[in-house]
Ligand binder design. Structure first.
Ligand code: ZN
Length: 287
């Protein structure tokens, strides 16, 4: 079962998070049919999205991350809500199919933008932007957190496959400073995370808690309650109906007139919702 463990270090100077999102990443692959290369890049980004939404407290808080690079995979969209419940899709899920060892940057690209939208139910959502640094995901988001959220972060995400391309493990380690963190502590923690070059192997072998204990266990630390990441889609027939209502009656009826129905597919989970003429009438009869 997927898990995210977190520990506060040095009495509140920094926080380390370690995630195992293997089942979440497998659920995404089952839906989208990712190639190995696409699955690797997507699962690394999904790890970041799970981390970012794990801290959300309230129901209704929403995270959207859009990675728009010039790589083979095209645009990647990730979404999350409290408790690290995530979902996502990418433009070309089958990219680099014959190249399982392709670098993550081949999928993501080395130029482009990262946009992060955090909707806390306030008037204006929080919007953060930065550029893709090298398409490795880890460096790109370390840069994003530093530039856009003023949180110099150390990130190591990893994905492991077996010889036949089956997903074995996905997850990672992320360290962020807390208010009052001094540079010495930060540099030391960054050094530790830089040492996670073998993170792909490590997440396959150890639990997130073991990874934290192994590298951070000798520091003063207090563990937080674990969070359970999962792949959860929020689409429903009702929400799809709401979207059709937004089209307006005239346009909805025009589509039914031409195609005999309105068919709406969910990008996140692949579910299809079909509304025939009677269904559409019923939608607008409510008004
Ligand atoms: Zn869906």
């Amino acid at each position: 079962m997927d898990i995210l463990n977190r520990s506060i270090l040095f009495g509140g100077k920094a926080i380390v998070s370690a995630l195992d999102i293997t089942e979440t990443a497998q659920a995404a692959r089952d839906i989208h049919g990712f190639s190995v290369a696409a699955c690797r890049a997507f699962s690394k980004a999904l790890t970041i999205a799970a981390f970012m939404s794990a801290g959300f407290k309230d129901l209704g808080n929403k995270l959207t991350v859009i990675i728009d690079g010039n790589g083979e995979g095209g645009k990647m969209v990730l979404a999350g809500r409290e408790g690290a419940k995530v979902r996502g899709y990418m433009e070309r899920p089958h990219c680099l199919d014959g190249k399982p060892d392709a670098a993550v940057s081949e999928v993501i690209g080395t130029e482009g933008t990262i946009a992060v939208i955090k909707d806390f139910g306030l008037k204006e959502p929080y919007n953060g932007y930065s550029r893709i640094v090298n398409g490795s995901i880890d460096m790109d988001f370390a840069y994003y957190f530093t530039q856009s959220e003023q949180l110099p972060s150390a990130i190591a995400t990893g994905v492991k496959f077996d010889d036949r391309g089956a997903l074995v493990a996905a997850g990672g380690v992320i360290v962020q400073p807390m208010p009052g963190c001094d540079d010495n502590v930060l540099v030391m923690l960054e050094d530790i995370v830089r040492d996670f070059a073998d993170i792909d192997e490590r997440i396959a072998k150890y639990t997130p808690q073991e990874i934290i204990e192994d590298r951070f266990g000798h520091f003063p630390k207090s563990d937080l309650e674990p969070v359970r990441p999962a792949y959860v889609c929020e689409c429903s027939r009702e929400r799809t109906g709401d979207a059709i209502r937004l089209l307006g009656r005239a346009q909805a009826e025009e589509i039914v007139g031409e195609f005999g129905k309105i068919e709406v597919g969910c990008d996140f989970c692949g579910k299809k919702y079909v509304f025939d003429g009677d269904d559409v009438e019923a939608l607008f009869a409510k008004e």
